[in-house]
Design a protein around this ligand. Structure first.
Ligand code: HEC
Length: 146
């Protein structure tokens, strides 16, 4: 009996987070595989195959533009809510922010479908440590309550 209870307790630890993730629409394996493919084809050339970004990404380059920042925990992608990440990817930084800035970040609206953009962002997030994912989720909640 005690053993059964222990097994139940352990298995519910795994089932509960899965149910919670499904409720939040967490990415499934197919979406993550699609996202990894989109990332390799469309983002890795600038943001790095391992999400590491370009060298000296905090300093303007010789053209006076920002290099591509990392998408991993060391960058600031995770400082943005989902709607912002989607908007920057779809429209590019200048159009999304409405600011007159010279940017090398392309607009992907004519290249990727909305589903592909969501998949690539889900893939990027899947590479973050749990602590960073939780922080970005709380940024999302704050943005939704605005
Ligand atoms: C040609 C180079 C290039 C490619 C390809 C590229 N980016 Fe970028 N990206 C940049 C640069 C440069 C920035 C820095 C902000 C700026 O200058 O607009 C940036 C910024 C971003 C940001 C904002 C990050 C932050 O911390 O503020 C996101 C999100 C982003 N890119 C997503 C993507 C995704 C997703 C892809 C692939 C679908 C992609 N980028 C492909 C160059 C690129």
């Amino acid at each position: 009996m005690r053993k059964t209870l222990a097994i139940l307790a352990v298995s519910s630890m795994f089932i509960l987070p899965t149910a919670a993730m499904a409720a939040e629409g967490a990415a499934g394996p197919q979406e993550l595989a699609d996202g990894a493919r989109v990332y390799a084809e469309s983002c890795a050339s600038c943001h790095g195959v391992n999400l590491e970004g370009q060298a000296n990404w905090r300093q303007l380059n010789e053209n006076g533009r920002l290099p591509a920042p990392p998408h991993n925990a060391r960058g600031h992608t995770w400082h943005h809510d989902d709607a912002t990440l989607f908007g920057i990817t779809k429209l590019g930084t200048a159009e999304f922010t409405g600011l007159d800035i010279a940017s090398d970040m392309p607009a992907f609206k004519d290249i990727l479908s909305d589903d592909e953009i969501r998949a690539v962002l889900a893939y990027i997030k899947s590479r973050w440590p749990a602590r960073i994912r939780r922080q970005q989720e709380s940024i999302n909640r704050r943005a939704e309550n605005r």
